[in-house]
Design a protein around this ligand. Structure first.
Ligand code: ATP
Ligand code: MG
Length: 205
């Protein structure tokens, strides 16, 4: 099977993540997309919401529940130690030797990947599907893809998905101010955020 891996903090999951998964599924004829919330991400502070991890997982479940080819993977979430992408991908490779893996990411991740721990080890395990995001244009993307391909032998394809100026950070800030987040996240996720009063006490920055 061809499996797309959509890794993220998902704090909260939003339509940018879902569209990336769906367009990767279509463009590369994948069989499944596994949404992989990270438990204790090494590179960023996760909101200190009480029980943040369980909320993030629940929101992923709500968001993907109507799409049979979208699955939740708690592979990283259950780990108490830092979960690194290279390690997860090596483990997936060993656990599911019959599968071919495609790691889906946005431009910001494509440009920071050389800062990830043992990032070189990621490349033999998967094909990277990179989507445009924010102000990175296609020429910059192609230059970075060329650089990673030439330097490390990475396999990278451009993922063509609608450009959406949406981030979890924006959604947290809007929720903190009581502003509308409807249509930026699935209705079920918006309802969950509202019911649980998530992101209410967040500092503005
Ligand atoms: P935060 O603002 O908290 O960093 P985020 O919206 O960037 O949240 P992440 O969980 O950090 O979401 O992202 C997971 C992956 O999804 C990353 O590879 C990121 O580049 C990609 N991604 C998220 N939102 C978009 C978007 N609107 N367009 C393209 N890629 C996106
Ligand atoms: Mg991010």
């Amino acid at each position: 099977m061809k499996i797309g891996i959509m890794g993220g903090t998902f704090d909260p999951i939003h339509i940018g993540h879902l569209l990336l998964g769906e367009f990767a599924y279509e463009q590369f004829q994948l069989d499944e997309i596994w949404f992989l919330p990270n438990g204790n991400p090494p590179h960023k502070d996760v909101t200190n919401t009480e029980g943040s991890l369980s909320h993030r997982i629940k929101m992923v479940e709500l968001a993907i529940s109507g799409t049979p080819h979208f699955k939740l993977s708690i592979h990283e979430a259950v780990k108490t130690e830092h979960a690194y992408t290279y390690k997860t991908m090596q483990e997936f490779h060993n656990l599911y030797p019959g599968n071919e893996f495609y790691f889906i990411l946005g431009a910001d991740s494509l440009f920071s990947i050389e800062q990830w721990k043992y990032f070189r080890e990621i490349f033999p395990t998967c094909t990277i599907l990179a989507a445009m995001r924010d102000d990175k244009d296609i020429a910059e993307m192609q230059k970075q893809i060329f650089h990673l391909t030439e330097t490390y032998g990475a396999k990278i394809e451009l993922l063509c998905a609608p450009l959406l100026e949406i981030s979890s950070t924006t959604i947290r800030k809007r929720a903190a101010k009581g502003l509308i987040i409807r249509y930026m996240v699935p209705d079920s996720v918006a309802a969950y955020i509202k019911e649980r009063h998530l992101y209410r006490g967040e500092e503005e920055s």
